[in-house]
Every structure is written in C-alpha cells, then in structure tokens.
Ligand binder design. Structure first.
Ligand code: PGA
Length: 235
C-alpha cells in the first residue's frame, strides 16, 4: 500500500532530517511504499525505504520566477515525485484547473510520480453522490489519465485538518467511483490517524493514505506503517 505524509509548512531542515533517520530505522522491514513530502527548504535525497517528494514546484527547468523553484532545484536531490492539486493550493494559493493541468502536463513529461489530489467541499458532498461525482470529474479536466505513474488522492476538503472523516462506506463508494473512472491507484486523505487508519486501509477500494497532521509525530507515523504491514497479510 501507499503510505504518504504531507508535512505542509511544518518542520525545518534538521527536524526533517532527524525524522527521516528515525523513520528509516523504524520501518526498514516494511513492504509499504512510503512517501514523505517535506517543505521545500527541507528537501533531501530519498533514503533506502522512503521516497522524498516535493509538495510543489513551478513547471519550468529554471528561469525568472521569483519565489518559485524549478526542476534544477529538485534535480539536486534527485526528486522525481510531486503532489499536484492539493486543496490548499487550489483554495488558499488560488491554483485553478488550468494551472494544475499544465503543471501535471509538465511533470508527466518529466516522468514524475504524481500524487494528484481531488476533493469536494461539504456543501457539494451534501448534494449527494451524483453531484459529488460530477464535481470530482471536473477536477480531472485537462489531466491525462493515460499517464501511468499517477496515484489519485481523494481528500474531501471538509475532512482535512478537522478531525472529521466521511464514514467508511462513503469513502469506499467514492474511491470505487474514482478507481473506475481513472483506472489508477487511489488513496484517501483527510484526518487519517492511528485510530482510524486500519478501518480506512481495510476498505476494498483503498490503496493507501495521505496523512497530514498525524504524520508529524514520527512514532505515530511509524505505527501507521506497522498497521499497514499487519493488514497486508489479510487483505
Ligand atoms: P490532515 O491533512 O491529515 O491533517 O487532515 C491531510 C492533507 O492535507 O493531505
């Protein structure tokens, strides 16, 4: 399964380095695909069992783009994994579907592993599944789903950082729709923690998780990976 962590704007370089060393030690025997997205200043090489990806990058090699980073800066650390379409970038940083799809286009041509995030507001969710699926479909406009190296992260905006999650049935039903629509691996994100990860990973259509706040503690995140390992044998 895919067990990934989004540090957002938490942790400095030293904290990230210490975290990765400890995590590597804790999970060296794990069979999960582990991906960590630290802040850009904390980017570093992947370790033996942990892929380091970037939360963002401007879709250029380099150039006059003040405040951004490009491929050259990622190349230094051999980063080949990126998060695209996270709801905080869509809503707080105002990235629209055109920005997002051109970013997708650029990084797919560079053979990046892309974790592509989609998710609805509570208002959309309350309109029922037909409206929900119509909305989620709109977040695939301009996205080439023929590209194979992509994982879809379903993250309802109302579940991110709130402690609230949809019911397991709701999650499974949405993941199922996404999986049929995209034919790709599908993971869930939004208030995943040690106490609910087992139920979420046990869902038929769930290929993994993207964890925010609860990943910041290395022991908790290691425990989540251990839970995934334990489940693997039974799934
Ligand atoms: P959360 O964040 O686990 O803190 O809800 C998830 C995410 O934004 O990827």
């Amino acid at each position: 399964m895919i067990i990934s962590a989004n540090f957002k704007t938490y942790k400095n370089r030293k904290e990230t380095k210490d975290y990765l060393m400890k995590l590597e030690e804790n999970i060296s025997k794990s069979s999960q695909q582990i991906i960590i997205f630290p802040p850009i200043t904390s980017l570093r090489e992947s370790t033996e069992n942990i892929i380091v990806g970037t939360q963002n990058c401007y879709p250029v090699q380099n150039g006059a783009f003040t405040g951004e980073i490009g491929l050259s800066q990622l190349d230094e650390f051999h980063i080949k994994t990126i998060l695209i379409g996270h709801s905080e970038r869509r809503t707080v940083l105002n990235e629209n579907q055109i920005d997002i799809s051109s970013k997708f286009d650029f990084f797919s041509k560079e053979d990046f592993k892309i974790i592509y995030c989609i998710g609805e507001t509570l208002e959309t969710r309350q309109k029922g599944e037909t409206e929900l699926f119509k909305f989620l479909e709109s977040q695939f406009i301009g996205i080439n789903l023929e590209y194979k190296n992509i994982i879809i992260a379903y993250e309802p905006i109302w579940a991110i950082g709130t402690g609230i999650t949809p019911t397991p049935e709701e999650i499974n039903s949405t993941l199922k729709w996404i999986k049929y629509f995209t034919k790709r691996d599908v993971i869930y994100g939004g208030s995943v923690k040690t106490s609910n990860i087992e139920d979420i990973l046990s869902l038929e259509y769930c290929d993994g998780v993207l964890v925010g706040s609860a990943s910041l503690n290395v022991d908790d995140f290691s425990e989540m990976i251990q839970i995934a390992d334990n489940l693997e044998t039974t799934k």
